[in-house]
Write a protein that binds this ligand. Structure first.
Ligand SMILES: O=C(O)CCC(=O)C(=O)O
Ligand SMILES: [Fe+2]
Length: 269
């Protein structure tokens, strides 16, 4: 009995909830230190914008397959999809994807723009769009996780796609804005595991991507997102999204690179 209570107490302490007005650099620092596993910003998208964005972005079927795994659907392109020197296509399309998603959202602000302003104002030296050899990244991938599709335990690491970069990104955070969340399933799951790249490769084994659920046991934290919220995590900690039991889960995702406390954050997808 005591064990159960202890574990519950600990779980609720692993997520901290705030508002866009109260959000500060300290929330990101707590994530980076591992004091919390998730920071939830309630109502990042206000009710009027949320209705408009849901009308425009939820229920679409003009999304394309993720190059690395076609069961995952998205609008825009994730840099993690680029393989073997194909970066140039990604950069060629980056500005077009940013414009396209803004146009779909208009007259409401596209959620990754809202996130960029939040970060710029919260972090002492601001936040800018990541660039590589003067080429600007895309940011704000719209993900449609179809019913039954399991986003299995994994970590995310920019350096997997840019192994010998000079971007100075030392840590990575991830934030998702939730536009639709299924009635059953679709929980964000986070494990108390922070594998090195070598250990992650070992855990992944022969798989193309991710870790078998059977190999990681129970998550330390399970969060059910609410539409209109943004949830920040450290994606180099093992995390997953439980399959939706009913309808697609629709999110806008942003990665955040941290170079140091006195340097600007950098965002991309
Ligand atoms: O959609 C989510 O809740 C998390 C998705 C994810 O894997 C990430 O943001 O790195
Ligand atoms: Fe992830």
């Amino acid at each position: 009995m005591t064990t159960i209570i202890d574990r519950r107490t600990r779980r609720s302490e692993l997520v901290t909830t705030t508002t866009a007005e109260e959000f500060s650099a300290d929330h990101l620092l707590r994530l980076l230190k591992g004091d919390v596993f998730a920071v939830r910003v309630t109502g990042l998208v206000d009710a009027v914008a949320l209705d408009g964005l849901r009308e425009r972005l939820v229920g679409r079927d003009d999304h394309g397959p993720l190059a690395t795994d076609p069961q995952f659907r998205r609008i825009g392109q994730a840099f993690s999809e680029t393989r073997d020197g194909a970066e140039s296509t990604y950069f060629d399309h980056a500005a077009g994807h940013r414009r396209d998603l803004r146009a779909r959202a208009a007259p409401y602000p596209y959620p990754s723009d809202t996130v960029r302003i939040l970060l710029d104002e919260a972090w002492p030296s601001g936040a800018t769009l990541l660039s590589w050899h003067s080429r600007k990244f895309f940011v704000g991938v719209a993900r449609y996780q179809q019913a039954g599709v399991d986003l299995e335990p994994h970590t995310d690491n920019l350096h997997r796609n840019l192994p010998d970069d000079d971007l100075g990104i030392r840590r990575q955070l991830s934030v998702n804005v939730y536009l639709d969340v299924p009635d059953a399933g679709g929980e964000l799951e986070i494990w108390d595991a922070y594998p090195s790249e070598d250990d992650y490769r070992g855990l992944s084994g022969e798989r193309v991507w991710g870790i078998d659920r059977a190999d990681v046991g129970e998550p330390a934290l399970t969060v059910r997102p609410t539409i209109g919220d943004a949830i920040f995590i450290d994606p180099r900690r093992v995390h997953a999204v439980a399959p939706s039991a009913d309808r697609p889960r629709v999110t806008v995702g942003v990665f955040i690179g941290v170079r140091g406390g006195d340097e600007p954050l950098a965002v991309w997808s």
